[in-house]
Design a protein around this ligand. Structure first.
Ligand code: GDP
Ligand code: MG
Length: 437
């Protein structure tokens, strides 16, 4: 999935500008990638339409290229899809009871040990309860894990009913001052009535704070279906996705939350006891997009860079140092931002000057303007005063425009500068205006 998504988005990454068609094409590939990754069909449909809506919509951040912005939107929506914020365990009772449920082989027993270890590190005192009396050696398996993570295991052999064991386990915890009870239960190969009834009986008896479904991420869409039935029958407070280390497609991770409305609380990343991690939707999204923390970095940089740029620009305008380079930069932003008068409203000190008729330029004109400025030399851009008649002729030729076009632009620029000057002298003594705020 990562690869497919990355290649779909890579095409956008380098682009300075992204058209609606670009976004559409990228989204088509994103859609395919998700479907191939076994993400639920309805989830994919909603996801793609949300991203498309936002990507071609109004959200524009100045320091990101449009390509980066689409990626940012995809990342945000992926995060949202997986629940947005991290979902923590809610352990309130004393002792708090966590019941582990799931199909055979999903990783319940292993995860019980892992979670015990995790909670111990959070300064809790967990007791593990061996509630699987059916699978040969299941009790022994938990005891071995208990030794590894240095936690006590409560067991009553395989002759008592799981309900009794769970109940006695909780009583034992109360007695011995353990604050958390983790109950390992038996699974079946498939969901069946007997198993559900037994789990329901245990649940009724011990009233767990958390009923966690342990589900094998590698089973993809099946994992989602399993989560749906367990949630319907039993009521879940969370899901633990195991074997995410081997899950290359990511389908379960992506759809479990939105299909079942159950938050994924942890992920299993390997067979070892320390291979359990709280599930962070944002990190998972970034991992799927394969960009690690790059996006967060961009986000952080963006906030400061924008402000700095704006401040710098404002400073320069006040000193009448506004050059064609600044002009060009503003133009670039204009293209991505929409109506020029709105953009002008966002420029430092320009809010008051809306309706400057000679600055109402349309898209075609913008292209021409850009070409003209790009045909200027460095000096000309920085000191427009030196642009004499022969320079104007050269610029016109170089940009494929006419001298009149060049004249008009320079006049516009000079007018703009003059107005800024007026404005800055006008506003002297007044409070400084911020950038768009
Ligand atoms: P249970 O039947 O649900 O209790 O499942 P077990 O805890 O016995 O686990 C079944 C198998 O899955 C074992 O071989 C575990 O080592 C393996 N397993 C569990 N969690 C993970 C995981 O996160 N990653 C990997 N790679 N293997 C896991
Ligand atoms: Mg087991």
């Amino acid at each position: 999935l990562s690869e497919r998504l990355q290649s779909a988005l890579a095409k956008l990454k380098g682009k300075g500008k992204v058209s609606e068609a670009d976004v559409k094409a990228a989204m088509r590939e994103v859609r395919l990638a998700l479907l191939e990754a076994d993400v639920n069909y309805k989830v994919v449909k909603d996801f793609v339409s949300k991203v498309r809506e936002r990507a071609v919509g109004q959200e524009v951040l100045k320091s990101l290229t449009p390509g980066q912005q689409v990626i940012k939107v995809v990342n945000e929506e992926l995060t949202q899809l997986m629940g947005g914020a991290q979902s923590k365990l809610e352990l309130t009772s004393k002792p708090s009871v966590i019941m582990m449920v799931g199909l055979q082989g999903a990783g319940k027993t292993t995860t019980t040990g892992k979670l015990g270890r995790y909670l111990k590190k959070q300064n809790r005192r967990p007791l593990l309860v061996a509630g699987d009396v059916y699978r040969p050696a299941a009790i022994r398996q938990l005891e071995v894990l208990g030794e590894q993570v240095e936690l006590p295991v409560f067991s009553m052999g395989d002759q008592e009913s799981p309900v009794t064991i769970a109940e006695k386990g909780v009583a034992e915890a109360k007695d011995q001052d353990y604050d958390t009870v983790l109950i390992d239960t038996a699974g079946r190969l498939h969901i069946d009535e007997t198993m559900m009834e037994e789990l329901k009986a245990i649940k009724e008896k011990v009233e767990p704070d958390e009923t966690l479904l342990v589900v094998d991420a590698m089973t993809g869409q099946d994992a989602v279906n399993v989560a749906e039935s367990f949630n319907r029958e039993l009521g879940l407070t969370g899901v633990i996705l195991t074997k995410l280390d081997g899950d290359t497609r990511g389908g379960a991770a992506l759809s479990v939350r939105s299909v079942t409305d159950c938050p994924v609380k942890f992920s299993g990343m390997g067979e070892k006891v320390d291979a359990l991690e709280p599930f962070h939707p944002e990190r998972m999204a970034s991992r799927i997009l394969g960009m690690g923390d790059v996006l967060t970095l961009i986000e952080k940089a963006q906030a400061s860079v924008d402000q700095e740029k704006a401040k710098d620009l404002e400073r320069r305008m006040r000193k009448q140092q506004f050059t064609f380079d600044d002009f060009l930069e503003q133009m670039d932003q204009v293209r991505n931002m929409g109506p020029l008068d709105e953009v002008l409203g966002m420029m430092p000190g320009m809010g008051q000057m809306k309706g400057m008729k000679n600055l109402q330029v349309d898209e075609k004109q913008l292209t021409r303007v850009e070409a003209i400025i790009r045909s200027m030399t460095r000096e000309e851009k920085q000191q427009p005063d030196i642009i004499n008649a022969s320079r104007r002729k050269r610029i016109a030729a170089g940009s494929g425009t006419t001298v009149q076009d060049v004249n008009r632009l320079i006049k516009q620029f000079m007018d703009m500068k003059k107005m800024m000057k007026q404005f800055t002298s006008m506003s002297k003594g007044k409070k400084k205006k911020g950038f768009g705020k």
